[in-house]
Ligand binder design. Sequence first.
Ligand code: CUA
Length: 249
Amino acid sequence: MDRLERLTLIGSATLMAAFFGALVYAATQLRISVPTCVTDVAPFTQGKVIDKGNHHYEVHMVAKMWAFDPPEVRLPPGAEVDLYLSSLDVTHGLYIEHTNVNLMAVPGSVNAARFHLDTEGEYSAICHEYCGAGHHFMMGKFIVTSAAAAPAAVEAGAALGQQLFEQKGCPACHSIDGSTAVGPTMKGIFGRTVELEDGSTKVANEQYLEKAIRAPGEEVVKGFPPAMPEPALTGAEVHALVEYLETLK
Ligand code: CUA
């Protein structure tokens, strides 16, 4: 065998061994695994975080127009996370920054990834698949903090409401500067008299706004399409949103 031939063979064999070594190192030392589609888990409709003990957490994440549920996940440093992702409507994506998590949320199926969050900080979870008018607002958050067990700081209603307004993608259809978009503007909404599709009128007070947020299909404002999806909000969140809307003079 020619000397050059032998060198080439040894070189490529060494390279393959290095690749294999890197693979083993990534799997065992860096604990990186490849995202997979799981077939034995039924698609779920509600997001939740389950503490399995021993720093192991299971996160059920639901993607929907245009938010992730749960919108915020708090975990302690060193958490090992089994993430299961499903979608309620169209195809979404989920990329969590500074991790190797990059999944598709496909309606009717569940995709999974295991990852670790060792360093304290905030990690944005971003929808990276175009999913409609609110796509660019579709964002969640993983917060790694040693104070994870402590209850979330109590925020002033209106400030929390503003955060939710942006987080839930409301600005995609509702302006706050008086301009008309897919939906009515929220500027000066509180106390305004609105005309509904059936010709009746209502004053936009607290009860009206709460209902309009909870069940957007029931009382549609005249001249606008019944396009608003029912948001997944807790009672306190709806209340905070209304408090925010009251500030939009
Ligand atoms: Cu969801 Cu883009």
